[in-house]
Design a protein. Structure first.
Lengths: 99, 191, 346
């Protein structure tokens, strides 16, 4: 579904409000006015989406969760979370321009 | 240290402390306060012997609130049958009840679902997964309620209770983690 | 009465701690074209000279957004009575989930389209009765119910989610089931029944408007007995009596932080024109109310509401103490007659 050179960032206008007191974050998506709660894992994925490529995301996510998940499980979890975040309009994917 | 670095450090520590990687989850923040259906006034409850049974339980980690709401709708639909239509409330001995304030005779189904009160009732609240499911019953409804909450569906009489009981089994097996804590609110008991 | 439920204040969840508020109510103005008998803010048609101007509201919204507010509820008076209301709403909606409370009497298709376009998440419309005679008398303006229903219809044509709100009081107590059907028929997906608070004109008209607690519960019971399909009911009486101070924030039309619109006559946490927003959040009384220490609570409400003791504004109004239990809960009422306000200066 995703390509290693795809880049991921917060969708335009999205506001991500961390809630460290509760271990979650809230996202406001103005284009489809809605508030969404992200659990810890979803929040981590969203926080890592900073114009990063999928390959970089996989590396950084696996590194962050290495004490609790192996790299294969981490990658699968990341992909599921990314799909959710993209579908919710919180994270946007841009494809790398072909060379 | 940048905000991003601080956030990632915090999340790493939080995940490490939890000991497991949770499945990513997004849930809508519902601005409405979900409310349990109305429980009758105290005086009416006392006169009719209306009990409220509360199950306090934890939602399984992989189950979303939306799934709980879908269960609620299915459960409430099963209760909406002719045998459980609202009828004028009576005391245990059969005498009618009149609401002291309005002078009217209250009508209620003998077996009622009063909703699943999510631990996160307010707009924003810590992500607790504990909820309370409330049922009410009076008259013969008290036996019906006991049956659907405690017996295997196929063993229950009358038969019209069986689909309701099956939704309760669905709640316990698919949505609930562990067993519920059960509380009975009985107006006949002293405060 | 109950056995087994945690009876210790805060035993289920406790009052959660929030470092910075997530949501805020903006009381944008005390202007209103109507003349409601139950008005808490003594609203009038004349603009108040000392209400915050546009630039100040926009700056405040920027500050709120920067400090973590992600949800704003804009009410008044009648917010749309301000000429700059849509500018303020659009500015808010670009930064946080924005909802609007209005009488809807001036909302036509063009207004509804603009509200939709600027990103409003939901509109809450006050209806004070199901019958035109009831509603129009309550808001002091003939033709208001018809105008409000037309406003709701315009909003629904533009797919703006609508909730109907009603302040429960003696004139409309018998009309709740009919109001629910009216709301559902108009396309609302929620009906919120609000308490009557002893503030402003409502306080002065208390003896004519107020219901006893039993009358209130009977009205709610009639409503909940047979709600229209697809209409959510919201109410904050037993067993849903929340002490929601722990998460609430509000700003009055003159820029003062007041915690909640229902505390408007009792508290002032600071003038936001001169005091930083988060400094007002940490005002000692504000922190005290958020801590949720209350003398007596309803175990049913506490276990479902993450808080103890119910509404602080009504507790204070009837008992004169911040740690008093809320007399609007059947368990905590202790024989208080809600039709009679205490004769005591506040």
């Amino acid at each position: 579904m995703f390509c290693p050179t795809d880049r991921f960032d917060h969708a335009p206008g999205v506001v991500l409000r961390p809630m460290p007191e509760w271990g979650c974050a809230y996202a406001y998506t103005p284009r489809r006015p809605a508030l969404t709660e992200l659990n810890t894992t979803a929040w981590l994925i969203a926080a890592l989406c900073d114009g990063t490529t999928l390959a970089e995301l996989e590396r950084d996510f696996a590194d962050t969760v290495q004490r609790v998940a192996g790299s294969n499980a981490a990658r699968d979890t990341l992909h599921r979370g990314l799909a959710l975040l993209v579908e919710a309009g919180i994270i946007a994917r841009t494809e790398e321009a072909p060379r | 240290m940048s905000d991003r670095a601080r956030t990632l450090l915090y999340l790493r520590a939080l995940i490490d402390a939890g000991g497991a990687l949770e499945e990513p989850r997004l849930e809508p923040v519902r601005l409405h306060v979900r409310t349990a259906g109305s429980i009758p006034p105290k005086a009416v409850m006392a006169a009719a012997g209306y009990i409220v049974v509360v199950w306090t339980w934890r939602i399984r980690p992989e189950v979303t609130r939306i799934e709980v709401e879908e269960w609620e709708r299915a459960h409430a639909r099963e209760l909406d049958v002719a045998e459980n239509a609202p009828r004028p409330m009576t005391e245990a001995g059969g005498a009618g009840i009149t609401d002291a304030e309005t002078g009217s005779v209250p009508s209620r189904s003998m077996l009622a679902y009063h909703g699943t009160v999510l631990a996160r009732r307010s707009v924003f609240a810590p992500p607790g997964r504990t909820v309370q499911t409330l049922w009410g019953a009076w008259g013969e409804g008290r036996q019906w309620l006991e049956a659907i909450l405690s017996k295997a569906p196929d063993t229950i009489a009358p038969e019209w209770l069986q689909p309701i009981a099956r939704t309760v089994v669905d709640l316990r097996t698919r949505l609930m983690e562990g067993d519920p804590e059960v509380t009975v609110i009985d107006p006949s008991l002293p405060l | 009465m109950s056995e087994g439920l945690a009876g210790t204040p805060g035993a289920v969840g406790g009052t959660p701690w929030i470092g910075r508020p997530l949501k805020v109510t903006l009381c944008l103005t005390a202007r209103c074209p109507l003349d409601c008998r139950a008005c808490y803010a003594d609203c009038g048609a004349r603009p108040a000279a000392d209400e915050l101007d546009t630039a100040t509201w926009l700056r405040l919204l920027d500050t709120l957004a920067a400090d973590g507010v992600i949800n704003v509820f804009v009410e008044g008076g009648e917010p749309l009575a301000r000429g700059d209301a849509e500018t303020i709403l659009a500015h808010a909606a670009a930064r946080m989930f924005t909802t609007l409370r209005t009488h809807a009497v001036t909302i036509d298709d063009a207004t509804a389209a603009r509200l939709k376009g600027c990103g409003i998440g939901r509109v809450y419309v006050d209806l004070m009765g199901a019958a035109a005679a009831t509603h129009d008398a309550m808001v002091g303006t003939p033709g208001s119910l018809a105008a409000a229903l037309a406003g709701i219809a315009a909003l629904r044509r533009h797919a703006v989610p609508v909730s109907v709100l009603v302040i429960l009081c003696r004139p409309n107590a018998g009309e709740l089931p009919e109001l629910a059907r009216l709301a559902a028929g108009a396309g609302a997906d929620e009906l919120g029944v609000l308490r009557l608070y002893p503030l402003g004109r409502a306080r002065r008209a208390w003896s004519a408007l107020a219901l006893s607690l039993d009358e209130q519960m009977a009205a709610l019971g009639a409503l909940a007995a047979d709600p229209p399909a697809g209409l959510r009911l919201m109410q904050s009486w037993h067993p849903d009596d929340a002490n929601c101070c722990w998460q609430n924030a509000a700003i009055d039309p003159w820029g003062h932080a007041i915690g909640c619109p229902y505390l408007r006559d009792y508290v002032d946490y600071g003038d936001l024109r001169t005091t930083p927003w988060l400094e007002t959040w940490n005002h000692p009384l504000y922190r005290r109310l958020r801590a949720g220490a209350v003398d007596g609570h309803c175990p049913d409400c506490a276990s479902s509401q993450l808080s103890s003791g119910g509404c602080r504004a009504t507790a204070y109004a009837f008992h004169g103490r911040w740690d008093a239990p809320d007399p609007f809960c059947v368990t905590m009422n202790k024989g208080i007659d809600l039709r009679v306000l205490p004769d005591r200066p506040l």
